[in-house]
Design a protein. Structure first.
Length: 619
């Protein structure tokens, strides 16, 4: 229980005791009305101190009109016209409503914290003769830690000894444990399930995965959606308007119609102000968005703000990168076609030429070579993004890249008819052959594309690969719009063309691997990065991060987004509709002040319950 909730409970408890004394003690003790009045005044003061303080604070910060001002004006007015009991009851139930709001927000944040309980409590630092328990904040890169079965991994590290199964569900939403061995990367927040392992620290805690995810989830609340901003703007103009209307209710009927009791209309005007209090609307909208962000986090989908959660529900076009997104980005050598040398020599030159490249194709060539690479044999490397690399290997100038790179360098090359990605190699200006590699389509991609098609959401694929490979992949997964042979700058240009041709309300999302797609991720309405686990570029560039390489999670993210917006709209319609109904009843004197505030608290409770189910999605 937070200090805020404890304080409200004490305040309400003290006010309730005084209120009950005022109701029953006067008759029981047979005292005069002055005692009754003093008890009501004391109860009112106890219950309204924080409301008065908050109102003055708002005035100081130029935020005059809000629900606190409405409640003060209405209840103080009621005290002046002798409606002491109604005034105290109204402020009592108003504070009960505030307590419910505080508890609901606290419970929601606790639920999210529970689902995102990835903060490690301690670390076992290896020292001479054993280990020492330290705080994760004390670890520095190069330290060796020991992680026992059942313990949470404290910082990002690399396994140096042992084999174990690791639970990454808190990070990725993936229930299936993964095996780690010597050389495997460990991410803070994961749980060691089986064997004892030793690992070398690669990052301090503040830069590790657990700290970054916690920061992202906490910061998401600060980025408001348009619907939240609309609710804020509505209440900003709504409050002064209803205050003016309440004043008009008090003064116009007695002036316009003969025989009307002025005190009756003053009281009705005060009830009008109480009934107009927008508490239910103010709490239910942000609570629904908070629940949506929490539900997505449970699925391993980090959404950086409720504005992106709302935009996802309006997205009509998803543009996908191919390599590393729709396909696994794990290439295998399909065919080696040398010209004037052996297959092994051509593969060796390709592996050495790509030794300093991080591109998945380069990694696949080095893995296919299978031998230890002596980097001392490579004296120069220059990479041309979207084309290939130029390296000096054993004094020979080696060019390795795609057909465009061969054309750019002016080399004759052999056209490739088979489906796959061809890496052409030239040595000292002479064409040496090509290596054909192929990629694997990610599991779940076909299912995701079919789901998008059923919901009239367009899927587009952009790739730097050749037409044959692009069309073959698109045909297998069911995408009809394909744009191939694109350089990184071409992808940005193509994306801008899509965005210019869309309808104003529609949003466009780009899904990439978060490493070499940063410009396109930043340009789209929503940038969705694949494989956020360990990819710093994804955490920085994207608006939504899929912590596991599973595109199918986009479907769950869309469902959560649409469910959140549906709940928000229902809450707004119900809250505003009930307000209108109560205002009409107040105008004609069919509702008392305390009944009006009880009805408002009831609306708030129903809206809160309507928002809570989002946090539990999907069970």
């Amino acid at each position: 229980m937070t200090k805020e909730v404890k304080s409200k409970l004490i305040e309400i408890g003290a006010g309730l005791v005084l209120y009950l004394n005022a109701l029953f003690a006067v008759k029981q003790w047979n005292t005069d009305s002055r005692v009754e009045l003093m008890l009501y005044i004391f109860a009112y003061i106890v219950l309204s101190v924080k409301i008065v303080w908050q109102t003055f604070y708002n005035i100081k910060h130029k935020k005059l009109f809000d629900e606190n001002l409405l409640m003060l004006v209405a209840t103080i007015g009621a005290m002046f016209v002798g409606r002491y009991r109604e005034a105290v009851a109204a402020v009592l139930f108003y504070q009960v409503g505030n307590l419910v709001e505080a508890i609901s927000l606290q419970r929601t944040k606790k639920s999210i914290a529970k689902f995102m309980d990835i903060r490690p409590s301690h670390a076992n630092l290896k020292i001479a003769g054993g280990t020492r328990t330290v705080s994760p904040d004390e670890l520095i890169p190069g330290n060796v830690i020991v992680v026992k079965p059942g313990e949470r991994i404290p910082v990002d590290a690399t396994v140096t000894q042992g084999v174990s199964m690791i639970d990454t569900k808190a990070l990725t939403g993936e229930a299936e444990p993964r095996e780690v061995k010597i050389g495997s990367k460990l991410f803070s927040g994961s749980i060691n399930l089986s064997g004892m392992i030793e690992a070398r620290v690669s990052k301090v805690y503040e830069e590790s995965m657990a700290a970054k995810i916690m920061t992202l989830v906490e910061a998401a609340n600060n980025k408001k959606a348009e619907t939240e901003k609309l609710a804020d703007r509505f209440t900003r103009y709504y409050t002064p308007i209803v205050i003016l209307m309440g004043i008009l209710v008090m003064i116009l009927p007695p002036m316009m119609f003969a025989g009307q009791d002025r005190h009756v209309w003053i009281y009705r005007g005060l009830i009008f102000l109480v009934a107009a209090c927008p508490c239910g609307l103010l709490v239910s909208v942000p609570l629904a968005f908070l629940g949506g962000i929490g539900a997505a986090s449970r699925q391993g989908v980090l959404i950086k703000g409720s504005n992106y959660l709302e935009a996802l529900s309006q997205t009509e076009t998803f543009v996908f990168d191919k390599t590393g997104t729709l396909t696994e980005g794990v290439f295998t050598v399909k065919e080696i076609c040398p010209r004037g040398m052996s297959e092994q020599k051509l593969l060796e030159l390709a592996a050495y030429g790509e030794v300093h490249s991080n591109h998945p194709i380069a990694q696949s060539l080095r893995e296919a070579y299978g031998k230890t690479i002596d980097t001392a044999r490579v004296s120069h490397t220059r990479e041309y993004s979207g084309f290939g690399v130029e390296s000096i290997v054993d004094g020979q100038v080696v060019f390795a890249g795609n057909a465009k790179y061969m054309n750019k360098q002016g080399f004759y090359y052999q056209p490739v008819s088979d489906i796959g990605t061809a890496v052409h190699i030239a040595v000292d200006g002479e064409y040496a052959g090509y290596i054909l590699i192929s990629d694997i389509i990610r599991p779940g991609v076909k299912k995701m594309v079919r789901w998008l098609d059923r919901h009239q959401i367009e899927s587009v694929m952009l790739t730097g690969d050749n037409d044959r490979v692009a069309e073959d992949v698109a045909r297998k997964i069911g995408i009809h719009s394909v744009f191939a042979n694109l350089m990184p700058e071409d992808k940005v240009e193509q994306l801008e063309d899509f965005m210019e041709s869309r309808i104003e309300e529609e949003k466009l999302a780009f899904v990439g691997d978060g490493i070499n797609d940063a410009p396109v991720l930043a340009r789209a309405d929503i940038g969705i990065a694949m494989g956020g686990l360990g990819a710093d570029a994804a955490l920085e560039a994207a608006d939504i991060i899929l912590m596991e390489d599973e595109p199918i999670k986009i479907v769950n993210a869309i469902r959560i987004s649409k469910g959140t917006i549906r709940a928000v709209k229902q809450n707004m319609i119900f809250a505003i509709g009930m307000k209108v109904y109560l205002l009409v009843l107040a105008l004609f004197g069919y509702v008392s002040m305390e009944n009006a505030i009880i009805a408002d608290v009831g609306v708030m409770l129903l809206n809160i319950l309507n928002s809570f189910w989002i946090l539990k999605y999907p069970e």
